[in-house]
Every structure is written in C-alpha cells, then in structure tokens.
Design a protein around this ligand. Structure first.
Ligand SMILES: [Zn+2]
Length: 296
C-alpha cells in the first residue's frame, strides 16, 4: 500500500436487515474483515436499516449472531442508520436552502418513458415539498474511479450525469446519501463490498466532494450469483448461512475469494480459520471477475 497517508485503516461491513446473512453477504463480510485485519486495521459493522418496508423483524440480530458464530467480531460500537435520520435530513435541508438540491415530482413511469434517465425536468421548477423526491444537482459528474482491484473503472455517462435522488417520494433516505454520510462520520478509509455496487460508486464519490470530504478507497469483490447469473440475495431466497457449519462456510468463502485453505482447516475454530485467512490474504489472488456462480 502507499505511504501517502499514515492514517490507520478503518473498514466496515454494512448489511441491510432484509433477511438473514446468505453466502453473498458472508463474502463481503469476510473480504472486508480480512482486508482490514491484514493491515492491522479496525473493522466496524453498521446496520443499514433505513428502508423499513424491506426489513424483516429480527433480521438485524440474526445477522449479528451469524457474524459472531463465524468469529467475525467487530470493533467499536454498532451503528444503526435508523438512529441517524435527523443527520441526513439536516444535510438535505441545507442543500435545499443553498439550491444544491431540489424537489422533483417525476414518477418512475415518466422517467422510464423519457428513456430511463432523469433529464433534469424539475431542476428549475422550484417545487414545494408535498409528495416529491429530493434530487441533488450533479454539476461535476464522476465519470470514473480507481478501484483497488479493478483499476480505472468507468461509470456509464448518463448515470453519472443524472441529478440523483437523495430522499425518495415516500420520505425514505436514499442509500447513497446515508452510506457516504456514515462512512465519513465513522472515519472509514476503505470500502470493500460486492461488485454490484460499482455503478453507485460514482455518485458516492460525488457526495464526498459535495460534503467536502476525501473519498475512501474502493475495492469491489466478485459477486456470488446463482446458476442463472442473478445476484444471490434475500429477494431471490438465497439460503441463509447455517451457523453450525461456520468452518465450512468460512473456507468456502475463502476459496471464492481466491484463498486456498486445506480441507482440514474447516475443522478448526472460526478464530483459527480467520487467523489463517489474515496471514494468507492477498489482493493478487482475488478473482477479477465481477460475478462468479456460487459453489452450491
Ligand atoms: Zn422531476
């Protein structure tokens, strides 16, 4: 790693409680943990519970129990995004007042009909708040970024240039805003996550600049998919991780990330398996694919 800054490494895993942990999210948890611990870093966990309609009661606790049973013990206090809603709203109010953000009444259908991208329709309409979304003006779009694993990574131009939503019509805060404000507030230095989040990275870097902060470094791991190539997710009923098989699960996730533990290691304790992982972790052996079919 470079010596440009001597800032200690702070990484994180930030699941949303829309269901129990599945293999895809275990990979993100493990990859971010190993990347942090191999640099003597701190590894934080944040529960991204800002979308109540998609949340499953008890899922946050189930996720935390699964992390614990796999030896993935976080440093510091847990953060729940639901405790930070006032902070997000205060920032939105500031941007509305300064003219950096504005209310938008376009429906999903209207945007779809105009080619799938929002064309700035409401930018200068000075709409009031009722039943509208809030969009941030994108004056200097982020068209590419340096990914630790993938190098220079372009963002599709129409996506990069779009004034994007920071608060939805239903009043819920947008993922991009919450995640960036929280990563800044927690002093995160690098984000390690699945490659499905490559495209939002441009917007997130734009948010860092808008908030006067230095963007984190980004490392996007290959995404575990089903046989059909679709993302493993709670929505498509990916199987929950079985906490009784922690050793097997960790070794399977390590193989997915390019490590080659012996078959026997699966019988060791999670702490021993993770210690082996930290010792052997290497960016050079992580597959550069953005998706890989899960091994089951
Ligand atoms: Zn609009």
């Amino acid at each position: 790693m470079n010596n440009m800054t001597s800032k200690p490494y702070v990484g994180r895993f930030a699941p949303s409680p829309s269901g129990p942990l599945h293999f895809g999210s275990l990979i993100a948890a493990l990859g971010s943990y190993l990347q942090a611990k191999s640099q003597q870093g701190t590894w934080l966990v944040r529960i991204e519970d800002i979308d109540p309609p998609r949340e499953v009661p008890g899922a946050a606790d189930a996720i935390l129990r699964t992390l614990e049973s796999h030896g993935l013990l976080w440093d510091g206090e847990l953060v729940y995004q639901s405790n930070r809603l006032d902070t997000y709203q205060t920032q939105i109010d500031r941007w509305i007042a300064s003219g950096d953000a504005y209310y938008c009444q376009c429906t999903r259908k209207q945007i779809k009909e105009s080619g799938g991208f929002y064309a700035g329709t409401c930018r200068d309409l000075a709409l009031s708040q009722d039943g509208t979304a809030v969009r941030l003006k994108v004056d200097e779009p982020v068209l590419a970024f340096q990914d630790v694993l993938h190098g220079n990574t372009p963002i599709p131009e129409q996506l990069a240039r779009e004034d994007f939503i920071i608060r939805r019509r239903d009043g819920l805060f947008a993922y991009n805003l919450a995640v960036v404000m929280d990563d800044i507030s927690e002093g995160i230095t690098e984000v390690v996550r699945g490659a499905d989040l490559i495209e939002p990275t441009g917007r997130q870097i734009f948010l860092y600049r808008k908030l006067g902060a230095t963007p984190v470094s980004y490392l996007h791991l290959p995404l575990a998919t089903g046989e059909d190539g679709g993302k493993l997710s709670k929505q498509n009923h990916a199987p929950a991780i079985d906490n009784r098989l922690a050793g097997d699960n960790l070794c399977q996730a390590m193989h997915f990330l390019g490590l080659t533990p012996d078959a026997g290691l699966a019988h060791a304790s999670p702490a021993e398996i993770l210690a082996w992982g930290v010792e052997n972790w290497s960016l050079s052996t992580i597959p550069k694919n953005t998706s890989i079919i899960a091994p089951f």
